[in-house]
Design a protein around this ligand. Structure first.
Ligand code: 3SK
Length: 514
């Protein structure tokens, strides 16, 4: 049954009503926001968005650093009944423009450090009406009205949230796929409450005294849960850190704020171990949390020995909004993703669709749970392939152990996860093929010494052309978000193909490992 429910109200004014008005909700570079201050700010920004004509269910795209403006911008859009679309700050202007056009956003908000991407992308988006920047200068993009954040938040605050239903759209998160074009996973207001009440409450046991710090930024599903949904759902505190994940800086933040829950991924835990920081810096951490890629057992043991806290590895997805299989504090099975999170069902299926009941037989992982997105925006054929009634096909191969734990065996398709972020080989290959020296290009994931995939390009040169691997990598870097660039470029005479001409990617992967 449909009920009135607004996730932004649940995360802000509900805490004020519960007696948390003076408790600190957000800690950021310029100070703190209590729950009362955050609620007031959300109401002001929501009024500002309404004032420039944003209507319920319209998209508001935000390309911003993790700071109080991004947090309030996301919450304000949802408070107003509009749809918050936090976009990756790592995208090039061209990539960002694709999202602005695809989402048909009316408003684009950016932080000054991303002003160039934002204004260039805005110039290419016919549905866009307003561009907002959080610095002192209003943007000037032909065909749109430019505003400063100060102007946006100067409106008379809204008195109450828009009467959204639990089923109303609240949040879109773009995720890359095999097709190379990002897909907007559409989440409802109720999905946000579900992840708080399941993984947040029942696995992490987040409570009012917790202080959360996430290396993953707010534009990731993983980051928005860690830094906004879980802490704000219970009256806890979140530390917002706009800088890139530098181990020394994050250790400093942990010590400064007394962080209790520290969220990262293997691409952070590895450098943290190598950084050899003082153990005391982490004295307040009750648990680390890891997602994005399988946490190698050596990192679980290494961090516990070196810094004294256990990392709970889990697997989630943008489509499920957060983690649905997780290790449990005190019962960690190193190298595995752990056990199904209450509120979710997981299944392994064979190629013929039959369900695998026992331990030891690998299969395709399916998940069902209330927080699964309603689908991808305007992607019927992908929706039909991925969502099957209650169930979603994750694309991951898993196996169940005798102890009931679930272990990832890798991807069933060609898509890569690099540093916890999806990378579509097709998209990188398309960029490579724009290079004048290249005739053919294939990108595969090649595991490093920890078993974590890194993109490697196999290329065939055009007749008479010379391939300079470093220059090709720099070319990719200039046209794609930096994390998508191949880490190595290998020139080959020809690519391995089947009799029908299909590229045999597995042979390139084997060749790379040999
Ligand atoms: O990659 C994951 O495991 C993950 C975890 C939580 C939320 C979103 C994602 C993609």
């Amino acid at each position: 049954m449909t009920e009135l429910f607004n996730a932004a109200s649940y995360l802000t004014e509900r805490r004020v009503d519960a007696g948390d008005a003076d408790r600190v909700a957000l800690r950021h570079h310029r100070g703190t926001h209590t729950y009362a201050e955050l609620t007031a700010e959300v109401r002001r920004v929501a009024a500002g968005l309404a004032g420039i004509g944003v209507r319920p269910e319209e998209r508001v795209l935000l390309c911003m650093a993790d700071d109080v403006e991004l947090a309030t911008g996301i919450l304000a859009a949802m408070y107003l009944g509009a749809v918050a679309v936090p976009a990756s700050t790592m995208l090039t202007a061209r990539e960002l423009a694709t999202l602005v056009v695809d989402s048909r956003a009316r408003v684009l908000v950016g932080s000054p450090q991303f002003a160039e991407q934002v204004t260039t992308a805005a110039a290419d988006a016919p549905d866009l009406r307003h561009v907002v920047l959080t610095g002192d200068t209003a943007p000037d993009v032909p065909g749109t009205t430019g505003l400063t954040w100060e102007a946006l938040r100067s409106a008379e605050p809204l008195a109450a949230p828009y009467p959204t239903w639990d089923e109303s759209p609240a949040l879109w998160l773009y995720t890359s796929g095999t097709t190379g074009t990002p897909k907007g996973a559409m989440h409802r207001h109720t999905d946000i409450r579900h992840v708080c009440e399941t993984y947040g409450a029942q696995v992490l046991g987040v409570g009012r005294d917790d202080v959360c710090l996430s290396v993953a930024k707010l534009f990731f599903a993983y980051g928005i849960g860690n830094s906004l949904f879980f802490p704000l759902s219970v009256g806890a505190s979140s530390v917002l850190e706009p800088s890139r994940p530098h181990p020394g800086l994050y250790a400093q933040r942990v010590a400064e704020h007394g962080v209790t829950l520290f969220f990262g991924g293997p691409s952070f835990w590895g450098p943290l171990m190598a950084a050899d920081l003082p153990r005391e810096a982490f004295a307040t951490v009750r648990n680390g949390v890891s997602a994005g890629e399988t946490l190698p057992a050596r990192m679980f043991h290494g961090v516990r020995e070196q810094y004294g806290f256990e990392i709970l590895d889990g697997i989630g997805s943008t489509e499920a909004l957060h983690i649905f299989i997780s290790n449990i504090a005190g019962k960690v099975v190193p190298g595995s993703s752990g056990f199904p999170v209450p509120g979710y069902e997981v299944q392994l299926r064979r190629h013929d669709g039959s369900v695998i009941d026992g331990a030891g037989e690998p299969g395709m992982l399916y998940v069902a749970g209330e927080s699964l997105c309603t689908g991808y925006w305007c992607r019927t054929s992908v929706n039909r392939a991925v969502f099957h009634g209650e169930w979603m096909r994750t694309g991951d191969q898993y196996v169940r152990g005798e102890d009931g734990s679930w272990t990832c065996l890798g991807r069933a398709d060609d898509v890569l996860k690099v540093g916890g972020i999806w990378v579509s080989p097709t998209e990188v290959e398309a960029r490579l093929l724009e290079h004048p020296a290249l005739a053919e290009a294939v990108v595969v994931g090649v595991p490093d010494e920890d078993g974590l995939d890194k993109p490697v390009a196999y290329v065939v040169a055009r007749p008479g052309a010379t391939v300079d691997p470093d220059e090709v990598i720099a070319f990719c870097r200039a046209g794609l978000a930096a994390f998508k660039r191949p880490r190595a470029v290998v020139q080959v005479e020809q690519l391995p193909r089947t009799g029908t001409g299909k590229i045999q990617r597995y042979r390139l992967r084997e060749q790379a490992k040999a």
